[in-house]
Design a protein around this ligand. Structure first.
Ligand SMILES: [Zn+2]
Ligand SMILES: [Zn+2]
Length: 246
């Protein structure tokens, strides 16, 4: 799990501001509470060059420097942080009142992560081991390491306007499942052999040969053999998601 996007911080930030005294909070406190709620990991915890701060804190600060909340009339800037507006409160209260209780539940890092390994096999990655059709194999751990590198690079590449939407239906886990969807997306390999540890494609070339997909669309791509193209499944789809109002 990695790379919380700035847009995915909007609704959780509003919910926290709504519950704060006077609807206002210093940026540092908002950052602390968002961290407890969303539990960033991976690249988000990497320390920025020449700063005492990590990527996650920077994204929270960007809510202010990019005018993300102010521009949409969701919060006003105060000297130390933010004060929520009536419009912001409406959005916060339209979301589940139980979201903040999620902070009490740690992420289950052993939960299955479904990923292509690029060698034609769909595998379930559980912690450091890879399970293929019920067989536990530790020999493929290097695949996972490479896949993880590619996954992080792909998420960075395909994040647009702070969102990492499904290439087929535009579904965004972090926006749809507030608090628990953050950082989740599946990475589909367009070609069976791509950065699987045998062919040594440059990482940026490999990134162009994958697409971020939601679980539904990913399953549909693999519903036929050979796999359907992303474009073909897009043509067959009758639902898309629009988060323009978030
Ligand atoms: Zn989708
Ligand atoms: Zn796939």
């Amino acid at each position: 799990m990695s790379l919380v996007t700035e847009a995915q911080l909007v609704v959780p930030a509003l919910i926290l501001l709504d519950q704060a005294t006077g609807g206002q909070m210093p940026t540092s406190e908002l950052s602390r509470q968002l961290r407890a709620l969303l539990r960033p990991s991976g690249q988000d915890l990497a320390i920025l060059a020449n700063r005492n701060d990590d990527h996650f804190s920077q994204k929270v600060r960007n809510l202010k420097s990019h005018d993300t909340l102010k521009r949409q009339g969701l919060a006003e800037h105060i000297p130390s942080g933010f004060r929520i507006t009536d419009k912001g409160r409406q959005i916060a209260r339209s979301q589940s009142a139980n979201v903040t209780a999620l902070a009490d539940f740690p992420l289950d890092t052993s939960a299955p992560q479904f990923e292509d390994m690029g060698n034609g096999a769909e595998v379930v990655v559980i912690d450091e081991n890879i399970v293929t059709e019920g067989q536990l194999s530790t020999r493929n751990v290097t695949y996972r390491t490479r896949s993880r590198q590619l996954r992080d690079a792909a998420i960075e590449h395909y994040t647009k306007d702070g969102k990492i939407p499904c290439s087929v239906c535009s579904f965004d886990y972090g926006l749809a499942y507030v608090g628990i969807g953050t950082g989740y997306i599946q990475i589909h390999h367009l070609e069976p052999i791509s950065y699987n540890g045998e062919t040594r494609l440059a990482l940026d070339e490999a990134v162009r040969k994958v697409r971020p997909l939601c679980a539904n669309c990913h399953v549909m791509v693999h519903r036929r053999h050979p796999w359907l193209s992303v474009e073909r499944v897009t043509d067959l789809l009758h639902v898309t998601y629009d988060y323009a109002n978030l």
